[in-house]
Design a protein around this ligand. Structure first.
Ligand code: GLN
Length: 189
């Protein structure tokens, strides 16, 4: 059975858990370093506030072990702030200011939509799925992808998702739309 560790230190983790459980996966909440030994085989990094999440991951002593698990091939889905944690670099920051995990070779720009468009819903073809509903909340954009990183989709010319092997990062919130396809894709990798 799939056992998914969902980072639960801050942000929209409950909705991810509900989606995953509806698809038959078992879920374990990751709140502290000891939870990293609970034997999960997939990882979800939810949306929320990436600066807070980043700080907590480091303070709670979780960042290094999570980075090792991802590098060793554990499938991971990062959504919105979760994508920012995965990104190698945040635009405008010096490369020495690493994100908490930094395993996905993309550059992200935080809060890439103007104030008025801070939150919106749309639909677009994404990763081979037709007309996927997408909810954006103060979303980042992926401004560059490294070699070997696949672009999964665009909305208004902005890259909204990327994949490198076991890592999928999206700028939107698939857990808030009621459409299970992205979680299904994640559970199938
Ligand atoms: N704007 C948030 C950040 O930069 C991300 C927003 C989200 O996860 N919905 O951390």
């Amino acid at each position: 059975m799939e056992k998914v560790g969902v980072l639960a230190v801050q942000g929209a983790f409950i909705e991810h858990e509900q989606c995953l459980e509806a698809l038959g996966a078992q879920v374990v909440e990751l709140r502290e370093a000891a939870d990293l030994r609970s034997g999960f085989n997939r990882l979800v990094l939810p949306g929320g506030e990436s600066t807070v999440q980043s700080k907590l991951l480091i303070e709670l002593g979780m960042a290094e072990r999570l980075r090792e698990m991802i590098t060793a091939g554990m499938p991971v889905l990062g959504t919105c702030a979760g994508l920012i944690l995965l990104a190698k670099q945040i635009m405008g920051k010096r490369s020495v200011d690493r994100t908490a995990l930094g395993t996905l070779d993309v550059i992200v720009e935080r809060n890439a939509y103007g104030r008025q468009l801070g939150s919106f819903n749309t639909r677009a073809d994404f990763a081979g799925m037709d007309d996927l509903p997408m909810t954006f909340i103060r979303a980042p954009r992926i401004s560059e992808v490294g070699p070997g990183v696949e672009i999964l989709g665009r909305v208004d010319d902005k890259i909204v998702g990327a994949r490198a092997g076991n890592q999928i990062g999206v700028t939107f919130h698939p857990e808030l739309t009621g459409d299970p396809r992205l979680h299904e894709l994640f559970l199938s990798i």
